[in-house]
Design a protein around this ligand. Structure first.
Ligand code: NAD
Length: 695
């Protein structure tokens, strides 16, 4: 075995040169790998004893993509294109031997090879779109030539990989190998040589793309099919245009088009945001003062208290991950209702073919329903999701303290109450943590973990690890009213209401945020969540919200009553503007002495988003969030902030912290009040010409 570089070895077996890539953990296409492949291939080409070449990888996977730490840095020769040309254009057959995941640049390497073999468990995909990019090393040109246009479009625009069996069925691999992969690949290469098979260059294949040539409707239909899912994203469309180029242009011109569009995406804001976010999500898992080797407790049994809106969804997360859950309620009726909702959710998923009936039953069987809190005694982790009332929560935690085993994690799903106060109702505040799930709890990916003053490192480390096991993205925050997400949301809500009184139409306010990339605006969201929730709280606290109060007095609670801020036709969730509501707003504005006027979209957007950024700056200054990127993770996964805009703090950086401050000051001049006073940190960063996220 000869080392070509520290990342690639060459060995000749049975007349076949075997190039082994060894760049743990995922054999990314770092500079050393590209160099090793180039020089190894060259040596193999020059060695008369070599009849064919196999490229395979050591460790757990084939090349799983580009080395994204090299993104944005000056390119280092050799580039991937040159290496691929050498493989494809060389005189000897090259066989890729694939295990693990051949992703992105990894799959593109295999597509430059003349043949591909793999093991059945291998996965094949081009996930670049998920970083706002496209496969820029021929992937968009070669894949459709092998698997056909429709399959290629689906793979490239979703970024989702396919498995070995499917890869064989669609022609992406020539053979699946059982037993040792390298041996199988060498045997396959020898067969190619013995049978005198041609050097199959994908660039020269035409039959599968010819089938779609002159049929633009294939692309139009595809565009329509993904329009909802990809609204606002630039990369999916660029990927489609590349595949169109593959169909309509000669290979080399198609490659050129791919290059152009790749550069456009690579230098654009969306991909920058998506790449930033990729790291932000991983960074959120790191807690500076909780070392990586902090001991965690083994969580095998879980108890969920309350089977209402949140408790049911929370329980489902654990059931999906195979944890037995004791679901505890106060009345049989509430318990039955909660169990019924869980079953119905699973049945709906099964009806869509995403779960088998057997899986439904298995998950339901993991639930132990109970009407006694004592049944939480065997749980390693308890999640409380009972009514949002401090006395109720304190009573529940005091009782949990009596029954739960020592060291069990006691988590509360409170959205507004003080986690420290709840913790103090036990004799083990170190085991208490906030676990703030988002509704619907079985769908939303965010888990805001709230660290109390006494929460122990073990409680934090265990909760972070459990969050991942139940497929959530955790972000650790500190105690304050509304934590990070709702505290910022509150700022946006306040300003949305002001805009409404000042004359902006509800549908315009909502549309501005929808066009920005949110799934919906604040008024449609209010109608979805139910206006009665806030109304009941206002009645208790004596707070007023004249328009919302009047709507509720009229029985307009939102979608569930067919009307709220908007009207809803039966069976239709589309908000319809209602002149009656416009009249109410006008009247209430008059009573408040507010002069109504036309408000342009830029003002609407900035008045909604800038107060969030300002609040984010305060949250950072107070140490409630560990880092600006955690705030972005919270907003993308908890509130639907479009990932292609990175999150509120990244967005502020993109516009420039100084520009954000200037706009705040402009609003302060116009509207007065504390709301537009730039936060200390915003001022500081603006003065120093710095950013929140280091971008
Ligand atoms: P919910 O009213 O739908 O459910 C609460 C359930 O708790 C009820 O079924 C009730 O019977 C049960 N319950 C009350 N006391 C109990 C006790 N002592 N033991 C066991 N069960 C008891 O309320 P929800 O919307 O699910 O909210 C639950 C918690 O989650 C609250 O703290 C709330 O602030 C928080 N939360 C709610 C949302 C949301 O969008 N609804 C989002 C995040 C967090």
């Amino acid at each position: 075995m000869t080392a070509i570089t520290d990342m690639v070895d060459l060995e000749t077996r049975d007349g076949i040169a075997v190039l082994t890539v060894n760049n743990p953990p995922v054999n990314a296409l770092s500079h050393g790998v590209r160099l090793g492949l180039r020089d190894g291939i060259k040596q193999a080409h020059e060695d008369d004893a070599v009849k064919a070449i196999v490229i395979h990888c050591a460790g757990r996977t084939f090349i799983a993509g580009a080395d994204i730490t090299e993104f944005g840095k000056p390119p280092k020769e050799p580039g991937l294109h040159g290496v691929l040309d050498l493989i494809e254009g060389g005189p000897k057959p090259v066989v890729a031997a694939i295990h693990g995941t051949a992703l992105g640049g990894g799959l593109e390497v295999t597509l430059a090879c003349h043949y591909r073999v793999g093991i059945a468990s291998a996965r094949f995909g081009l996930p670049e779109v998920k970083l706002g990019l496209l496969p820029g090393a021929g992937g968009t040109q070669r894949l459709p030539r092998v698997v056909g246009v429709e399959k290629a479009l689906e793979m490239i625009t979703s970024g989702n990989p396919i498995g070995g069996d499917e890869a064989l069925a669609v022609g992406l691999v020539d053979e699946l190998v059982a037993g040792d992969l390298a041996d199988g690949a060498v045997a396959f290469a020898n067969k190619v040589v013995a049978e005198g098979r041609p050097l199959k260059k994908i660039r020269d294949l035409d039959d599968k793309i010819a089938a779609v040539r002159g049929k633009p409707e294939v692309f139009e239909k595809f565009r329509k099919s993904i329009a909802r899912r990809t609204r606002g994203f630039e990369a999916p469309e660029a990927n489609i245009q590349c595949v169109e180029a593959a169909v309509n242009l000669p290979f080399d011109e198609g490659l050129k088009r791919e290059r152009e569009l790749f550069m456009q995406l690579m230098t654009g804001d969306q991909s920058k945001a998506q790449r930033y976010f990729f790291f932000a999500e991983r960074e959120a898992a790191k807690i500076p003062d909780v070392p990586k080797d902090t001991p965690t407790i083994d969580v095998e049994q879980v108890a969920v208290l309350g089977a209402g809106t949140m408790g049911g969804g929370i329980a489902m997360n654990f059931l999906n991950a195979g944890y037995p859950v004791t679901l505890i309620e106060t009345t049989q009726e509430a318990l039955d209702r909660g169990l019924g909702v869980i079953r119905k959710n699973y049945e709906n998923t099964a009806a869509k073919g995403r779960l088998t009936q057997d899986d439904v039953e298995k998950r339901m069987a993991l639930i132990t329903p109970s009407l006694s809190l004592t049944d939480a005694r065997d749980a390693d982790m308890v999640i409380e999701a009972v009514f949002e009332n401090m006395d109720v929560k304190k009573d529940v935690f005091a009782r949990l303290d009596q029954v739960c085993k020592s060291g069990a994690i006691l988590a509360t799903n409170t959205s507004t109450l003080d986690v420290n106060e709840i913790a103090e109702s036990t004799n083990r505040p170190q085991d208490v943590i906030g676990a703030h799930f988002f509704s619907p709890a079985n769908v939303m990916k965010l888990l805001e973990l709230v660290r109390g003053e006494k929460t122990s490192d073990t409680t934090i480390a265990t909760s972070m690890s459990i969050a991942k096991k139940i497929a959530k993205v955790p972000a650790l925050v500190g105690v304050c009213y509304g934590f990070v997400g709702n505290r910022m949301l509150h700022q946006r809500g306040r300003e949305a209401e002001k805009l409404m009184y000042e004359g902006a139409k509800l549908q315009d306010i909502d549309r501005v945020l929808f066009d920005f990339g949110f799934p919906m605006g604040p008024f449609a969201m209010g109608d979805l969540a139910g206006l009665d929730v806030g109304w009941r709280i206002r009645k208790e606290t004596g707070a007023k919200s004249p328009v919302a109060d009047r709507l509720c007095e009229m029985g307009r609670f939102g979608q569930k009553t067919g009307a709220g801020y908007f009207k809803y036709e039966a069976g239709n969730r589309t908000p319809v503007p209602d002149p009656e509501v416009e009249q109410i707003i006008k009247e209430e504005a008059e009573k408040l002495g507010i002069q109504q006027r036309e408000i342009d979209e830029d003002e609407i957007l900035d008045r909604l988003v800038l107060p969030m950024i300002n609040e984010g700056a305060k949250i950072l200054d107070e140490g409630i969030a560990i880092r600006a990127s955690d705030i972005d993770v919270i907003w993308v996964y908890g509130y639907g902030w479009p990932v292609y805009r990175g999150g509120p703090m990244f967005y502020a950086d993109l516009r420039g912290v100084g520009a954000i401050r200037d706009r705040m000051l402009e609003f302060k001049d116009r509207f007065g009040g504390d709301a537009w006073e730039p936060a200390a940190l915003l001022n500081k960063l603006a003065d120093e010409g710095k950013s929140f996220t280091g971008q």
